[in-house]
Design a protein around this ligand. Structure first.
Ligand code: NOJ
Ligand code: CA
Length: 565
């Protein structure tokens, strides 16, 4: 069944240079933690629909929904068992149509998450593969191999799972003996598809069309650098657990960035084009360096790629300048704009990361009670500054739900509550990503800060820290100087002054070890990453991240401002 929307309420992008995605602000919704409409403790599609007006009001152009498909939820939905259905914990297909309908009415575009590298081991295709014989067509949809060693009891190669432990699991034959092994770059319940098999391409084209027919505006493509593996699946001398940054560019990783995968995206781009010029693809392609990542956004492939070097930059003027320069250069060289990202559901939120003075926690590892705790006041102040600086840059911005509230991570989550497979697969050595996935606080003074609706609410799937009433949206909505107010004002000013489509020019006088300044059109953006106040130049202060300070006061350490010059 296809849906019956009215024609999209958006004017089609006139030319590639004016494509809406180039300067878009896209808000990531992590469905299980956004808003729970029925009180079962898990966020759902109806909860998102009910609050879409808040996002339109915030001033974003589009939402990206993390997976809501049928899934046993062993990796929070990135383990899909049916790509063309909604998991009952999130609602129904009718709920999805309702969400699309509301988004259209509010002028919001909707991008969904496509997970093509792997599916759930519960997926019918994988179950069929397990039931079939080695060498069969069913097995060829995945990457099955015989083991090494005289008993086949060693994994086919030395690759490690991102979540810890080997990237191979051995199957069991009907007679109980050990069978072939299958590859999973992530959890053992997430078998990798075999993208050397044309049948896999056909299956994903079907999935793309299914959702395009339902009116989605595009796809965020999960691990878009991993689909195709090097022929022969050679051992790799890179970092044992296979982080995608380690190993580049000195050593080519056989599971990342293989040339043939670009043909997949060329084909998808053609499929999207059949649905009009406005459909987009955004790559999660965590490869170094940026010049290499830019290969994903060449004109015949994707529209955007998440900027991981920006996401992992410290709160330091020289580091930020360097990554902004290399991003503009690398993406500009292929005719694309850069994206700017400070937080997502896989990393420690920037309000927590920037609350450390030394090197912060390692990406993807999370923070536990036994770790040094962040200075939340410092983190929140710097987060506001970093966000204002970011929203002044030309290009596209991705926001992660809750960052507009200045939310930090939950850094003292009890181990018993942890859900991320990383925690269990590393026996707790890596804390995992639960801390950045805590349900959002909506109403101060209510159970679980109003995350769950319904008469009797169950405990949320991850507990909220006790002190989160202070961050609740209703409290912030009532304050003209809240974090939320800053985002709203910044998004409005960004639009009015055309900052997303502008050009960046550094103002050297402000570019020091301690500060940065750039001009974008008639706006001057300043950032103080140092320890001493910075005199503000003449000009009208449009916005400062410490909103309670007067226009004439110096720019404080950990503060940013926009001036009209
Ligand atoms: C990247 C996603 O963002 C992450 O949450 C997930 O665990 C892995 N890909 C595997 O799908
Ligand atoms: Ca629910």
């Amino acid at each position: 069944m296809t849906s019956t929307y009215a024609a999209p309420a958006f004017a089609a992008s006139a030319t590639p240079d004016t494509h809406w995605s180039r300067d878009s602000v896209i808000y990531q919704v992590y469905p299980r933690s956004f808003r729970d409409s029925n009180g079962d403790g898990i966020g759902d599609l109806a909860g998102i629909t009910a609050e879409l007006g808040q996002l339109a009001d915030l001033g974003v152009d589009a939402v990206w929904l993390s997976p809501f498909y049928r899934s046993p939820q062993r990796d929070a939905g990135y383990d899909v068992s049916d790509y063309c259905d909604v998991d009952p914990i999130f609602g129904s297909m009718a709920d999805f149509d309702e969400l699309m309908h509301s988004a259209r009415g509010l002028g919001l575009r909707v991008i969904i998450d496509l997970v093509p590298n792997h599916c759930s081991s519960d997926h019918a295709l994988f179950q069929a593969a397990l039931a079939a014989a080695p060498g069969s067509a069913a097995r060829d949809m995945f990457i099955f191999r015989d083991g090494r060693g005289s008993e086949d009891d060693l994994p086919p190669n030395n690759w490690q799972s991102h979540f810890g432990g080997p990237a191979w699991t051995r199957t069991v034959n009907p007679d109980g003996s050990g069978g072939q092994w299958y590859l999973h770059l992530f959890d053992s319940t997430q078998p990798d598809f075999n993208w050397d098999n044309p049948a896999v391409h056909v299956e994903f084209e079907r999935i793309l069309r299914f959702w395009l027919d339902r009116g989605v505006d595009g796809f965020r493509v999960d691990v878009a650098h991993a689909l195709v593996k090097a022929p022969g699946l050679p051992d790799w001398g890179g970092t044992a657990w296979g982080g995608s940054i380690e190993g580049f560019p000195g050593e080519e990783a056989p599971m990342f960035g293989q040339p043939a995968l670009h043909n997949v995206y060329r084909m998808w781009r053609e499929v999207l084009a059949e649905y009009g010029p406005d459909k987009i693809l955004c790559a999660e392609a965590n490869v170094d360096p940026l010049e290499r990542m830019a290969n994903w956004v060449r004109p015949d492939q994707m529209h955007q790629a998440f900027n991981f070097p920006y996401l992992t930059s410290p709160f330091s003027a020289p580091a930020l300048r360097s990554v902004v320069d290399s991003s503009l250069r690398a993406f500009g060289a292929v005719g694309a704009t850069s994206t700017w990202v400070l937080s997502n559901h896989d990393v420690v939120r920037h309000a927590t990361r920037f609350g450390y003075d030394g090197p912060g926690p390692r990406e993807g590892d999370g923070i536990g009670s036994a770790d040094p705790q962040p200075n939340l006041e410092l983190g929140r102040r710097r987060a506001a500054a970093a966000s204002l600086f970011t929203l002044g840059l030309p290009g596209a911005v991705y926001l992660y739900q809750g960052e507009e509230l200045g939310l930090p991570d939950h850094t003292t989550l009890p181990d018993a509550s942890r859900q991320d497979p990383t925690f269990a697969r590393t026996s707790g050595e890596r804390i995992g990503r639960d801390g950045c996935r805590i349900p959002l606080p909506w109403r101060a003074g209510s159970a679980s800060a109003g995350f769950s609706g319904g008469e009797t609410a169950a405990d949320p799937w991850l507990p909220l820290p006790a002190a989160w009433d202070d961050y609740a949206r209703d409290v912030q909505a009532a304050s003209p100087t809240s974090h939320l107010a800053l985002y709203r004002k910044a998004l409005q000013a960004r639009r009015i002054h055309g900052l997303g489509t502008g050009t960046l020019q550094w103002v050297e006088e402000y570019c020091t070890e301690q500060s940065l300044g750039f001009r974008n059109g008639t706006t001057l953006a300043l950032l103080n990453t140092g320890t001493t106040p910075l005199e503000l130049p003449r000009g009208t202060v449009l916005l400062r991240s410490q909103q309670q300070l007067g226009a004439g006061e110096a720019l404080q350490p950990g503060e940013a401002a926009w001036l009209s010059i």
